[in-house]
Design a protein around this ligand. Structure first.
Ligand SMILES: Cc1cc2nc3c(=O)[nH]c(=O)nc-3n(C[C@H](O)[C@H](O)[C@H](O)COP(=O)(O)OP(=O)(O)OC[C@H]3O[C@@H](n4cnc5c(N)ncnc54)[C@H](O)[C@@H]3O)c2cc1C
Length: 467
């Protein structure tokens, strides 16, 4: 049973403590709350505002489909970097026999996220509200969260953990969304999936697991599948070795040499990719804007299929279906769908060709992923932040433009994309770059504007000394 977020109520005796309001109770919001409250001495109280009925799950971890696995091993999914066994112990306490090398279902991870908050709810420093935040406005004290039920929650600081925008399901559309609930398609019919990434794997895997007999066709621009995990040992790469600020072409050739080094030592390219992970944030930060744009244009699709890999258990049925011919992977561009539900004509243009082709399908599923344009697909809260000038979109339109410690310009609001981890709070002095999972984050020690050592023109807000 999922955590009922209405059961956690505020305790008046902690009302004097500095207050952090977290908007969004997906994995990022829950991890942030857990890190803030984990130390029983931490003088802080936290409100998590979540619009859905589940905490810690978001889209990724609310699936109940057992074939939807985490793409990261148990050993790398602990909520606490200083306790890497935490997730493994939680699994074992539930009677699940796993090792650190296992990949468990995403639904299981959602339950772990949910359980993370339960022990922290007893001392009154945590409250969770089921509501949608429509506006965050600066106040003399800090910031106020305006909710859709009319409540206004004052706080010293706010954290945006609102995740990615997803396409709205369109009941009239001939093309189903990847996260849209629908009855199974006719068993023998052809299903066309647009996209060949992890969401396509989810959809194709679920169809195959349900005994679908018809053809499954995945269409994507480059017809690249996510690569498969294999046992390995990440290369130890020091920061001094990383060619910070080098052009993308030089970076890629350096990475290829790293992969060769890994192979010479009996490993695989995965050891190079994984060895680089601790340096990714710095690498990106030091990349000139034009090179960032070049990376997104040319290298990102290749990087992503190597970086976000598939568990072997998820890859096996797909590989079998490709070998048997039940599944095909086509390189090309989806151009549209016509017909009626259950009898759809898909128009697509093969890569490098001038003319389009068509395919008949009983179902078409759009697995092109999250909506990336933060302006066009902004929720009311983000639209308000942008419209009021309190936030702006980063030059590459990847998300909100933030200072290096993730703050917005005119209010103590920290913004996290899902790829950005929550800072690790503590009850004492500032601790630079603490670690969460396999990612690092910074948490400043005073609640005021600081220069934060950054090189852009965004001011940096940080939390009080006693948090
Ligand atoms: C299908 C899928 C599979 C994935 N698999 C993995 C994986 O295996 N391993 C991995 O590491 N990562 C995976 N990811 C990446 C994943 O997005 C992150 O790991 C993580 O779940 C993101 O969490 P989040 O809290 O940032 O965002 P979300 O999970 O999107 O949560 C954001 C939450 O904020 C709430 N919210 C938004 N706006 C408001 C508002 N104004 N007021 C109140 N509430 C609001 C939403 O209801 C939502 O619950 C996957 C992603 C997807 C989509």
């Amino acid at each position: 049973m999922k955590f009922d977020i209405t059961t956690i109520v505020p305790a008046p005796r902690v009302a004097h403590l500095p207050h952090v309001v977290i908007i969004g109770g997906g994995a990022s919001g829950v991890l942030m709350a857990a890190h803030l409250l984990r130390d029983p001495q931490a003088a802080v109280r936290v409100s998590v505002i979540e619009g859905r009925h589940m905490l810690g799950c978001g889209v990724a971890y609310s699936t109940s489909q057992p074939s939807h696995l985490l793409n990261t091993r148990v050993a790398n999914m602990s909520a606490y970097a200083d306790d890497p066994e935490h997730f493994g112990r939680w699994l074992s306490n539930r009677g699940e026999e796993t090792t650190g090398a296992c990949f468990v279902s995403r639904g299981t991870y959602g339950a772990y996220m949910t359980d993370l908050l339960a022990p922290l709810a007893s001392d009154g420093r945590l409250r969770c509200l089921r509501a949608t935040c429509l506006r965050l406005a600066p106040t003399d004290r800090g910031v106020a969260a305006h909710l859709d039920d009319g409540q206004v929650i004052p706080a010293d600081a706010a954290v945006l953990a609102t995740g990615h925008a997803l396409p709205e399901p369109d009941p009239e559309s001939l093309v189903l969304g990847a996260w849209q609930v629908a009855p199974p398609p006719p068993r023998d019919g052809r299903v066309v999936i647009i996209g060949s990434g992890l969401s396509m794997i989810d959809q194709a895997g679920a169809l195959l697991a349900a005994g679908h007999q018809g053809e499954i066709v995945a269409i994507s621009r480059r017809a690249q599948l996510p690569r498969v995990h294999a046992p390995g040992q990440p290369l130890r790469i020091s920061m001094a070795e990383v060619p910070l600020g080098a052009p993308v072409s030089a970076l890629m050739s350096w990475l290829r040499k790293l992969a060769q080094r890994a192979e010479q030592h009996g490993g695989t390219w995965r050891d190079a990719v994984d060895g680089l992970r601790p340096h990714l944030r710095r690498l990106w930060r030091d990349l000139p804007q034009a090179e960032r744009a070049r990376f997104l244009r040319h290298a990102a699709p290749w990087w992503e299929v190597h970086r976000h890999r598939l568990p072997p258990e998820s890859a096996a049925p797909i590989e079998r279906a490709l070998r048997s011919g039940q599944m095909r992977l086509l390189a090309g561009r989806f151009e549209g769908a016509s017909g009626t539900r259950g009898r759809v004509t898909v128009l697509w243009r093969p890569r490098g060709r001038d003319s389009s082709q068509s395919l008949e399908a009983v179902r078409v599923i759009d697995c092109r992923g999250i909506l990336r344009d933060p302006h066009e697909h902004a929720t009311p809260l983000i639209a308000d932040l942008l419209g009021s000038g309190r936030a702006r979109i980063d030059p590459l339109r990847l998300g909100l433009d933030v200072a290096p410690c993730w703050t917005l310009p005119d209010a103590p609001i920290l913004a996290f994309a899902s790829s950005v981890p929550p800072p690790v709070p503590h009850s004492g002095k500032s601790r630079p770059f603490p670690r969460y999972g396999n990612r690092s984050a910074c948490w400043q020690s005073s609640f005021r504007r600081t220069s934060c050592g950054r090189q852009d023109n965004l001011p940096c807000w940080s939390l009080p000394e006693n948090i």
